[in-house]
Ligand binder design. Structure first.
Ligand code: XUL
Ligand code: CO
Length: 440
């Protein structure tokens, strides 16, 4: 077995004082925080597409990536090499999971039968490699957006043959995800949206999307796939208007089609901010609806209107994300998948390590700070006090459904003008800063 990332050994925890750029400063896998090890809390995953497929192509130029497998020309040999590279990379970083699209792991052939045979071969190779590795599959998914046949969408295409093709693809991807012990299966509506209503039957497209998801639920039951189904919201890109706009839209959609018992959400930071929400907002919407399943850990550039998929470095965001995860009691099948790519100018293999290391450290630090904030009930006590008026008197009667408009009018006429308290946002931000700076 050849080594791809030569010169880079196992990345170790060296603590906050270390100056070693290829070491963790905060991610200490065995350190126990709030009853679990960091490794168990964070459940990091490497995204196959960004790490082993992406070449740094942009609208204005060709790929810039220099990768240790660039000399391999045969497409299947290249696919096998990337399997090796994936395990080597995850093992060196100590990342316990990876995630893939069907088309990331095996190249598409001219017909579906041959494409599926190729997939089977690579899956065998992955299974084989898993036998002597602790690295597992967090989730699998389908790429039903890159090929030109998906120009009008996949399950929301105007063409029923495309719906059928996409279904065949998801069927196979679900089978291989099961075979590899994948703990979740993700649906990101790649081109499930529209450009103009002048040519779009929105009602039929949404009904078909629901029909497609129902078929997936039925097929999972048939083959005994018990991984968690996840939908990943995104408001725009590639289509102008994606149907899975944000967490609230997806939850409403699932409920109106009776699909909510079968799906949770995979919340991606950069998708939330494209929808003009904070990352924490979409995590909170998912959490309070018992629908927070997993996270695509990245960050966007707030000055750019597209999905830049950068490695997460913003400690405010990672702390507030881990706050939501801890408040829901931690991940079960989900985890933190680095749906993140190095910048086009960061073209050397070691940049892949720097990106993941800073992402892992940022979330480890976020976990520590969030755990401390929760332990000290910093926000909980403040919030409980802020809403205290609903725990007695008229507020309690409102919550318990004991009063209506007539009683409330009588109450207001008797009590006069309400007396308010300050929201203390600045104070809370100062306390948050203090925890961020003082937690080691
Ligand atoms: C696209 C995106 C996808 C999904 C999986 O913006 O996030 O990579 O995570 O299809
Ligand atoms: Co994603």
């Amino acid at each position: 077995m050849s080594e791809f990332f030569k010169g880079i050994g196992k990345i170790k925890y060296e603590g906050p004082e270390s100056k070693n750029l290829l070491a963790f400063k905060y991610y200490n896998p065995d350190e126990v925080i709030a009853g679990k090890t960091m490794k168990e809390h964070l459940r990091f995953a490497v995204a196959y597409w960004h790490t082993f497929q992406a070449r740094g192509v942009d609208m204005f130029g060709a790929g810039t990536a220099q990768r240790p497998w660039d000399n391999i020309t045969d497409p299947m040999d290249l696919a096998y090499a990337k399997v090796e590279a994936n395990f080597e990379f995850c093992e060196k970083l100590g990342v316990p999971f990876f995630c893939f699209h069907d088309r990331d792991i095996a190249p598409e052939a001219d017909d579906l039968a041959e494409t599926n045979r190729r997939l089977d071969k690579v899956v065998e190779k992955i299974k084989d490699r898993m036998k002597n590795s602790d690295v597992k599959l967090l989730w699998g998914t389908t790429n039903a957006f890159s090929h030109p046949r998906f120009a009008h969408g996949a399950s929301t295409s105007c063409n029923a043959d495309v719906f059928a093709y996409a279904a065949s693809q998801v069927k196979k991807a679900m089978e291989i995800t099961k075979e590899l012990g994948g703990q979740n299966y993700v649906f990101w509506g790649g081109r499930e949206g529209y450009e103009t209503l002048l040519n779009t039957d929105m009602k039929l497209e949404l009904d078909n999307l629901a029909r497609f998801l129902r078929m997936a639920v039925d097929y999972a039951r048939e083959i005994g796939f018990d991984g968690q189904f996840l939908i990943e919201p995104k408001p725009k890109e590639p289509t102008k208007h994606q149907y899975d706009f944000d967490a609230a839209t997806v939850i409403g959609f699932l409920k109106s089609y009776g699909l909510d018992p079968y799906f949770k959400l995979n919340i991606e930071a950069n998708h939330a901010t494209l929808a003009m929400h904070t990352f924490q907002h979409d995590l909170r919407v998912a959490r309070i609806n018992n629908a927070l399943g997993s996270i695509d850990a990245n960050q966007g550039d707030l000055m750019l209107g597209w999905d830049t998929d950068q490695f997460p470095t913003n400690l405010y965001d990672t702390t507030l994300a881990m706050y939501e995860v801890l408040m829901m009691g931690g991940f079960t099948t989900g985890g933190l998948n680095f749906d993140a790519k190095v910048r086009r100018a960061s073209f050397e293999p070691e940049d892949l390590f720097y990106g993941h290391i800073v992402g892992m450290d940022s979330f480890a630090k976020g976990l520590k700070v969030a755990a401390k904030l929760i332990e000290d009930r910093v926000f909980e006590d403040f919030i409980a006090k802020r809403y205290e008026s609903y725990t007695y008197g008229i507020g309690k009667d409102i919550v318990e459904g004991k009063v209506g408009f007539k009683e409330l009018e009588a109450y207001t006429l008797k009590n006069g003008e309400p007396k308010l308290s300050s929201g203390r946002q600045e104070l809370l931000e100062a306390i948050f800063n203090q925890y961020l700076l003082e937690t080691r």
